[in-house]
Each structure stands twice: as C-alpha cells, then as structure tokens.
Write a protein that binds this ligand. Sequence first.
Ligand code: NAD
Ligand code: MG
Length: 404
Amino acid sequence: MTQRVAILGATGSIGDSTLALLEPNQTLPPSFEVYALSGHSRLDKLLSLCQQFRPSRVAVPEAAVSEFASRLSQCGLDIEVVGGQAGLISIVQDSAVDTVVAAIVGSAGLPSTLAAAQAGKRILLANKEALVMAGSIMMKAVKDNGATLLPIDSEHNAIFQCLPAAIQQDNTQIHQSSYGVKKLWLTASGGPFLRQSYEEMSQASVAQAVNHPNWSMGQKISIDSATMMNKGLELIEAAHLFDLPESQIEVVMHPQSIIHSMVEYSDGSYLAQLGSPDMKTPIAHALAYPERMQAPVKPLDLFDLAALEFLRPDLDKFACLRLARSAIRAGMVATISLNAANEIAVQAFIDEQVKLTDIALINERTMDKMGELSFEAPQQIEEIIEVDQRARQVALAEVAALRS
Ligand code: NAD
Ligand code: MG
C-alpha cells in the first residue's frame, strides 16, 4: 500500500534527507507519495520542490499564501496552498495523510506535531523541541489516539532499533524486568569545540560554531551541538520517548559519530547501532518500519576505522547538559523555560549580541527566574505557550543585561 507522506519543514536539512529518499527514481518498495510539503522562509526552494514532487497540498506562512498560489499556477501546478499554523494543522489532520515527518525547527513545530498525534498519524519525529516542551502531553496524545511515534533523531532512532519489538510498540513495557533494559547510552560527538578550552569556545564566531565535524545540519541544531544543548534536549527527548528517569540515561562523548547510541541490558550486553553519520539512515528506518528500504548512504568502511573513542563529558565546559538534567528533574515548566531561553540565546548569538558561552548563562538564569514564578505544570498547549512566552521575555532581559 502506498504511504502518503506530509513533510513539515521540507526546505530544511531533514527535509532534504527525507526527500532524497522519496525521489521518484529511487528503488522502492515500499511505495510513498509526497502528499504535502511545508516551508517558511526559503520559498523559492519550496517552489522547486513542488515542481519536482508535485504534492497535493503545500503550507507557507499566512502572509505568503496568495503570492505562492499564483507562482504555482504560473508554473501550471494545481496545488492547494494553506497558511500559517492553521494550515500546517489542516495538513496533519487531512484524512489522506498517513505519515507526518515533523521536521520544523524549534517551538514552531509543536502545534502541528501535537495535532498529528491527536489525529492518530504515523509521526516521524525530528522536532525534538515538541517533546522537550510538551513531552507528557505528546506521549499521552500518541497513546490515546493510536498514533505511532518513530524517532528519526539519530540517537533515539539507534536506541529504538536496539530495543525489543514489544518496547518499540509500547514504551511502558520498558519497565518489564524480563526485558532487562538497564540504561540508555546517548552518544555525543562533542561538536567543533570538544578539544578546545572554554576560553577558546567563548571566542567562537557563528561560522566556527556551525561547522560541525561530522554532521551537516540546520543552523540552530548545529549551534546547539556546539554548546551540547542539543544533547541536553536529546536527554529530555529520550526520557519521554522511552519513559525513563534521567538517571537511567547516560551521555558519552564519541567523537567519531559511528555508534549512534546504545542500550545496556542487565545481563551485561550493550546493543549499539552503527552507521555513517547520515540522517538518511534513521529516516529510511522510520519510513519503512517495521520493514527496511534502500537508502543512498555511504557504507561504513570498518577496515578504515582507526579507532572509536569514548570520553566523559565535561559538564563545566558544556553546562547546558547539566541544565537539561536538572530541568527534567524539576519538570515541565523548567524544560519549556530551558528550550525557550535557548532559542532566544541562540538567536542572540547568531545576531552577534552575545558569546557562544553566554548561551548556557542565559539558559540557567532564565530557568532560575522562571522557577521563582510558581507556574503550575501545563496541561494543555495554551498553557505551554504561556510559559514559553514568559520564559522568552525573561531570556531577552538576560540577553540585554549581558550586553550592557
Ligand atoms: P533547518 O533549519 O534546516 O530547517 C527547518 C525547517 O523548519 C525549514 O523547512 C523551515 O522552513 C521550517 N521552519 C522554520 N521556522 C518555521 C516556522 N516559524 N514555522 C514553520 N516552519 C518553520 O533545520 P533542520 O536541521 O532540518 O532541523 C529540523 C528539526 O529536526 C529540528 O528540530 C532539529 O533539532 C531536528 N533534527 C535535525 C537533524 C539534522 O541532521 N538536521 C538531526 C536530528 C534532529
Ligand atoms: Mg541527534
């Protein structure tokens, strides 16, 4: 049967990797139809994707709907154009859609990802921020509505692949002692500053921070990798996806990015997933799951791998990782605040208002101040957005304070 796929964030890095797997000349089965695409700022690119993949529906920012619709019709394309968050939500709720690739970056991805869970879809999750902000609400929506959540973040996909089928189908089974899952091991490359001092890191330019040694990714996640906030967000993501406390999730630095993560079992076994650092592998896994499909990925040359290293993370240099652990323990208001502060701080770094090492400071100060405001744990998306907006104000004030 043909799977009809909606790719939200189609113009980004995950969008590129996904569409590379869905090109009509790829040797499939299984068979896929690119039913819907979305883009935000790179609308020229979105237009060429529409010409290439001929989706039935496309989502753009509200203000761009009519112009984009006329550009499509000038190209002789009959594609319905929808706008804004409401447009994204109408796509994920469309009964024709089987699979939603949630690949919008940041908190902007939350409403549509949550709506996809509520609509009972098969979700290929790249947008980790949705779980960081709304983990328990997302996981409940998945369960209550019979949705399927397949992680494509490479570490979580690796862990998923190393877990027994029963846990893959129902994450609460992880607590069954008969499956013997003891710990999850998230691997982290350490990014461009692994072997540099804190002082060197504090002088980094935006170009140096986005220059990841192993992975080619969007700007925000590349900067998050440089501060290791990305691993912190992934820790929170893993805690929700696999229903485990942070104490059962370890982070190990592995500069080669060959082992994408591991599961430790009570009998002393460690199961690992290995591969070239290429997002097409986890995306192909999730697209075809529970089967397998071909992916145009360079095979590992095992004879050429000189060594695989494993190091303990430096929590002073990479304070964002420490903050993520305390945020999980503190609960949802803290994880929302950390994510919101980080989005503000990363943008301030891109705008050259603060240093790379200020990101952790802004995040920590925002979390502390938000902790004093005694917000209740949010139960629904409106309350999440309220906490998120407040944390952004606090973080912006911290950016201003650092600049003065
Ligand atoms: P990117 O910056 O390359 O692409 C982001 C996409 O989101 C673009 O299509 C953009 O148009 C869209 N977008 C941005 N702001 C938007 C808004 N306000 N409303 C609607 N759409 C908006 O980012 P990416 O690297 O592809 O990352 C996407 C997500 O996947 C992130 O959550 C990231 O953490 C996660 N992820 C990425 C990788 C990777 O290798 N790139 C790996 C694991 C997880
Ligand atoms: Mg990752």
